[in-house]
Design a protein around this ligand. Structure first.
Ligand SMILES: Cc1cc2nc3c(=O)[nH]c(=O)nc-3n(C[C@H](O)[C@H](O)[C@H](O)COP(=O)(O)O)c2cc1C
Length: 222
C-alpha cells in the first residue's frame, strides 16, 4: 500500500533465491510439521497468504508480480514441477506476472542465482530457458525471464519466439545503465558486463552497488 501511495508502478514479492518465502516453498529448507510444511500446498501457504494480503491492500487494478525460482538446484529443493504448480495457484488468484529465476545461496556455484561465468557463446547465455519454455506451455500469465541475458539478439529471440514476455537484466545495467538506449541506437554489441560479481564488493563496505571493472583496469589490475 505504501508503494502504491508513493507512486510506484507496481510491487514484486521476492519468493526466489533462498530468501524467506523461497525457504517456505523449498523442502530443502522447510522442515515444519504444521500447516506451513510438508505438502506443496502447505509449503506454498505463506506465499499465497502474503500475495492475498498484498492484493487486498493494493486492489485488483495494481500490478503485483512475484519472483519465483524455476528450481532450487538443491538435492531436495523446490523443483520445476513444483514451480509450475505454484505459478498455477498464483495465476488462479490473479498475479500479474512471474519473474523466473533459480538457485539459492546453498546451490553449487554453477547454479547460484548470480552465476559467475563469462559470456562465451550466445546459446549458453540464458540460465532458465528450458523452464521458461515449459512455463509458457503450461501457464497463461506473463513471464519475465532473468539470468545471464547479455545479447540483444538473444533477448529479441526469447521474446519473438514467445519463450518469455519480458526480459530482465541486472548486472548488464550495473555496468551500462544506458544499455537499452545503446541497443536502441543500433549499437547492438553485447552487454559489456563480465559477470565477475565485483559489483557486490562496494556494497559489502556500505558504498552502494556499482561496476568496479573500469576503475580496476585504470589501476592496472587484471
Ligand atoms: C549486486 C547485486 C544485487 C542483487 N540483489 C538482488 C535482490 O535484492 N533481489 C533479487 O531478486 N535479485 C538480486 N540480484 C540478482 C539479480 O536480480 C539477477 O537475478 C541475477 O543477477 C541474474 O541476472 P543477470 O545475469 O542479468 O545479472 C542481485 C544481483 C546483483 C549483481
Amino acid at each position: 500500500m505504501r508503494a502504491r501511495e508513493s507512486g510506484f508502478d507496481g510491487v514484486q514479492l521476492h519468493a526466489a533465491h533462498g530468501y524467506l518465502l523461497s525457504q517456505f516453498l523449498s523442502p530443502h529448507y522447510n522442515k515444519r510439521g504444521d500447516e506451513y510444511g510438508g505438502t506443496l500446498e502447505n509449503r506454498a501457504r505463506m506465499v499465497m497468504e502474503t500475495y492475498r494480503a498484498v492484493r487486498s491492500a493494493v486492489g485488483a487494478d495494481y500490478p503485483v508480480l512475484i519472483k519465483l525460482n524455476s528450481q532450487d538446484y538443491l538435492p531436495d529443493g523446490f523443483s520445476e514441477d513444483e514451480m509450475v504448480s505454484v505459478a498455477s495457484m498464483l495465476q488462479d488468484e490473479g498475479i500479474d506476472a512471474i519473474e523466473l529465476s533459480g538457485g539459492t545461496i546453498l546451490s553449487e556455484p554453477a547454479f547460484l542465482p548470480v552465476r559467475k561465468a563469462r559470456l562465451d557463446a550466445p546459446e549458453k547465455e540464458v540460465f532458465y530457458e528450458k523452464s521458461a519454455r515449459r512455463f509458457k506451455k503450461e501457464l497463461q500469465i506473463p513471464l519475465m525471464l532473468v539470468g545471464g541475458i547479455r545479447s540483444y539478439q538473444v533477448a529479441e529471440k526469447l521474446v519473438s519466439e514467445k519463450t518469455a514476455d519480458y526480459i530482465s537484466l541486472c548486472r548488464p545495467l550495473i555496468r551500462e545503465p544506458h544499455l537499452i538506449k545503446r541497443w536502441k541506437s543500433l549499437d547492438l554489441e553485447p552487454a559489456k558486463c563480465l559477470r565477475d560479481n565485483l559489483c557486490f564488493r562496494p556494497a559489502l563496505k556500505g558504498l552502494g552497488i556499482r561496476c568496479v571493472v573500469e576503475e580496476k583496469m585504470s589501476q592496472g589490475e587484471e
